[in-house]
Design a protein around this ligand. Structure first.
Ligand code: FO1
Length: 308
């Protein structure tokens, strides 16, 4: 059993490769839910959906989110009716959020809803939300505090970031199956996701970080950073706000208590000694996943490292 910690887009690429390289039913994916938000009364869980759509072969790989070929007719009508429509929800994607919201309103937990949705879409890997309780990533900027989606989508991650917090995390528990999956894993993979706002919320759920620190299984991460910038998105900006270097060394610092190995870009080889000094073994590779072949190759390299 392989356990994967992930956010959305960057993680989905590696997970697509992993699911092609091994039996997908051997993968348990623990997903960030700090980005979740309510739009038009519907509960949207972007990272869970990105991973589910990816494994169902439905994802829009160009955008990195949503369903390939989706249309936006309902959204246009919502706009005409005077709604705020900066968050782009496609027509087919809306069906997911309607189903999720209906089941949550019927009393199902997010983990049970996620299980239902992935089974309906014939996804063979297990997808677990980090928690069934609401934990909302909040981004403090000079103009005030924003939800993650307000920061990321509405404001296109332009505002200066002062700090990030995860209200609800302290009182939350890991979703059913999360701690068992980590405890029984043969290996754990930390995806090239944002260490602060994708993996950070997962680690903020009481018990998850400790489970990772206690596991005897190898823990291998892939850096989301090359040089001083993220491969995509605002990880560099958020890492600096959280007090880390915007670099592979900063990534290693975020995970040093439980990470055994970190895959880094060849360009970052000069940082290898500083990563090693943190107790993490750096391995240089081509970590960009521009093509399908890249995803398979990198997944293969990660699997080779965890099998060592
Ligand atoms: N990201 C965007 O940049 N713009 C969007 O309008 C947008 C809509 C959207 C709808 C459903 C969904 O599941 C994801 C969506 N995302 C969008 C992606 C999402 O905001 C981020 O990728 C994640 O939250 C970060 O991991």
């Amino acid at each position: 059993m392989l356990v994967v910690l992930t956010g959305g887009t960057g993680g989905a690429k590696l997970i697509e490769g992993l699911a092609a390289e091994i039996d997908p039913s051997e993968l348990t994916i623990i997903c960030n839910t700090g980005d979740d938000a309510i739009f038009h009364g519907l509960y949207v869980s972007p990272d869970i959906d990105t991973i589910t759509y990816t494994l169902a072969g439905l994802s829009d790989s160009e955008k990195g989110w949503g369903i390939r070929g989706d249309t936006f007719t309902a959204l246009e009508q919502l706009r005409r009716l005077g709604n705020d429509t900066w968050f782009n929800l496609g027509d087919k994607d809306l069906a997911t959020h309607i189903t999720r919201t209906k089941l949550l309103n019927e009393g199902l937990k997010l983990s049970a809803v996620t299980e239902h949705l992935r089974r309906q879409l014939r996804v063979r890997s297990r997808i677990l939300p980090m928690s069934d309780q609401r934990i909302e990533t909040r981004v403090k900027t000079p103009e005030g505090e924003l939800s993650f989606q307000e920061f990321f989508v509405k404001q296109r991650w332009a505002p200066e970031v002062i700090s990030v917090r995860f209200p609800g995390a302290e009182q939350a528990q890991p979703a059913p199956g999360v701690l068992d999956a980590i405890g029984n894993a043969q290996a754990i993979i930390v995806c090239p996701s944002n260490p602060i706002t994708s993996i950070g919320p997962i680690l903020a759920v009481p018990g998850i970080r400790a489970a990772l620190e206690q596991t005897g299984a190898p823990v291998v991460g892939v850096s989301p950073m090359i040089g001083a910038t993220a491969i995509s998105g605002p990880a560099h900006k958020l890492m600096v706000a959280a007090g880390f270097d915007a670099s592979v060394v900063g990534v290693a610092k975020c995970y040093r208590e439980f990470l055994d190995t970190l895959l880094i870009a060849g360009e970052d080889c000069a940082s290898a000694a500083r990563i090693e000094a943190l107790g993490v073994a750096p391995v240089a590779s081509d970590i960009r996943m521009a093509t399908q072949a890249d995803k398979l190759r990198l997944a293969g390299e990660v699997l080779a490292l965890v099998k060592k």
